[in-house]
Every structure is written in structure tokens, then in C-alpha cells.
Design a protein around this ligand. Sequence first.
Ligand SMILES: [Zn+2]
Length: 466
Amino acid sequence: MGGLCHRDRKIFINYPGMRSRVIVRMIDRIGVMLVVFLVVVGCTEQLTCGKPYIKVGNSCCLDKNDNSICDNNEGQKGDSIDVDKVAKKGTDNIVDEITQKEVDKITAEQTKKITDDITKQKTKEITDKILGSMGATVTGGTAAKKCDPNIPTKRQFDSEPYYTGSLIDAHVHMPSAFPIPDSFAKQAEVEMPAFDQDVNRADVICLFDREGIKSVVGFYLVANLLTEQSVDTAEEMEKEYPGRIAPFLISPHASSIDLKPEDVESIIVSNKGLFKGIGEIGMYKPAYKDMQPDDPKFTKLYDIADKYDLVVMIHPDSDNKEAIKKILKDYPDINFLFHGPESAPWLGEIFDNYPNAYYTLDTDLFQLDKEYGPTGIYGIESKEEFISFVENNYDKLLERNIKNWKEVVEKYPDRFTWGTDIAEEWQYDPEVGALLEEGSRAFIGQLDPKVQEKFAYKNAERLLTK
Ligand SMILES: [Zn+2]
């Protein structure tokens, strides 16, 4: 269970999705802004102003000459929704520390009043303004290329036996489709990678090529704002690099801007065949803390997965065992892919009873026990630290992986997939990638030869081509 406090900049030592959490925080704040906008719209809808007054925003103003422009605004454009103002207010609110609870409260009270049409019409405009006013652009620049496809990775250690075959990385968080504003990144004290601006698209594929990774499961964050940009990015990557990334649709894990199930379905339908799965659904995230994986919020998504033959990827929390069993039983035709340390203790029980359960072994391959301090790609915070950590502990890591995982992976040879869980910018670095590859191949080499390829790529391949 990864829940150790580590300074106040990272909530979890062990795990996961630092980037996702930051996005959630950022997105929560954008959510606040949207709420401000929605309040304006909501009030506008309820208010009627008798002549010679006209309705403007949430109040009435005098319009004697009946030209639909307030008399005190004559000569100016008479928009009833002042996008600049709303964006400014949203920005101010974002800068204030607003708790998730407050966001949820305001959201619950106000969003009911809003029609989807108005939201859709104005969301993008306001979001662009907000991102712009915070120093971010919606269309990023071009990140320098760091990866040379002509230089293969070089081994640094000489552990034998060593697996040299193909790999499928079953857990990759794709860079965000749009740059995350600096102020958000600063608040969270992490670097946020965005496609084009921070991580070069070709580099992503170059890393896979160098490391012998034939394809990956890639989580694309799709929220109820900037939805199009996110889906377009997944589509463009598929067009440019067909078959290299199996796109999964991941939610921001924030009640205010999570896609509604009907929106998920419409994205799946209107981009036929693009998405191969839904998830990762992180049950440990604050927004889902009091829910179980069989909550209607999630079963509606499973219904969609069932209908369109999609994999569902869940990161269960430690108290989710019964609910996980229930969904495996209720949805026998869905292949569920799990990961994370919380469910590791009850994996055997799950595998013994449910043929539709799979598990990706990823960050734990670079984790040491607590006495070593922060370890693994979510305990360590930079490329340099990670490189020295692996260089100093290579044998220890391998030893631990053999002790903790070899037996169970060989016992359930058809259920485990390999992965990395890379997400942050430094984790997309070629040197980091080379070490993730080498440590993983060294572990795979220690498995029964009959199991090696299954774990390395065949199980993932079967799962994705079902
Ligand atoms: Zn993840």
C-alpha cells in the first residue's frame, strides 16, 4: 500500500500517477472556473428583465434605445457572457487554495442548472482563455528530440540469464494533449509533460524502438474540457505510428470534470476502433476514496466496455477485494487488467477464481523496502537520482524481484503482463528508459523460459487483440 508521507510535495512514496494527481489538482481548479462560468450562465437563465431593461450576465441594465446594448456600455460589444471576465475570475479562484470539498459542493449545487449545450459551447473558449492568462498555450511548441533511434540501448550490468526478446509495456501514461499551466505545476511542485512542448512525439516512439518495445498500452487523459484535443492526439499518434500505442481512455479523477458515461460512449462510438480500453481507474485517488469498484459510477463504464469489447484497467485499493471479485463475476466477458501494490496480496485468490483477471507488474520492479528511503519511479524525483539509485542497487533490486515475483508469475503464466508506469517528463528520458529496460529484462531472464515471452509481451498481446 503506497501511502507514506514524503515531505509535503509528494503524497505517496511508492506509487503512482504523480502526474495524474497534478492534473487532477489543476483540473479541479479549472473546474472551479467552469463553475464560476456556469453560475453566471445559470443566473442569467433564471432572470427576466422588463423593458426598457435588458438582461446582462446575472443582472438587468437600462437600454432605452432598445439596441440590446446597455446604455452605460454604448459603443462596446454587448456580450451577455464576458469570457475575459469569467476567465479572470476563474484564474483568481484557481490561485486561491480551494479544497476539493468546496469544489464538489459548488459543483453539485450549480451544475444541475446548466444545460449541456451552453457548457459545450463556452467551455473551450473559457478554458483557452484561462490557460492563456496563466502563461500556457493550448497548442504547444516543439520539444527538442532527445532520443536517437540509431543508437541502441547499451547494457550497463552483466547479470545472466538476460531476456532479449520483444516487449509490450502494458502501463504507460501518455503526455498530456495540452500544456499544463506553470502556476498549476508550481503549486504541485512537479514538472508536467505535454506532447510537443515537453515531450517530442517522435521521441516516445524512438524510446520504444530503442528498448525493443513493440507496443504499449497508453493512457490518454480525456476530461470534459479540451476533450477534442485529447482525443485528436490519440488519433494522430495512431495514424502516424499505427499499432504502437493501444489507446486507453483515462479520466481526470475529479468529479467536476470526469467525463459522463454517455460522453465516454460517444467518444468510443465516434472514434470507432481507436480506444482499446478504459482506465486506468485509480481507486486510491481522493475523488474515489469512499467508493468501491462496483459503484454505479464505474459499472456504467463497464457496461460500455462490455458493449464495445474494451479492456478495463483498474488500480484497486487494498480494501477493494470483494468488489473486485463481484465485478469479475458480473462481467465475465470483460478482461480486467489490474496493477499496484495494494491488490498484490490477494492476486492468487483472484486468479484462481476468475479467468478474466490480469495484472501488470511495473513500478514494483524498481522498488526497495522502506529502509532504503524513497525508491521506485514515484519515490524518486529526478532522472539523476533514479540513475544513481539503480546503479547502486541493481543486484538488490533483481534479488528482491526474484524473491517477491518469480514464483507467482510462473504459477499464473498467462495472467501477468510487464509494464513501466512512466508518466513524468524525466521518466521519458532515454537514459531512464534504458535502465527500466535493463532491470526488467534481467528479471524476465530469471523466469522459467516457457513463461518469459508470455510475461514480456504475449499475454498483453492476447489481451489487446481479443
Ligand atoms: Zn498508472
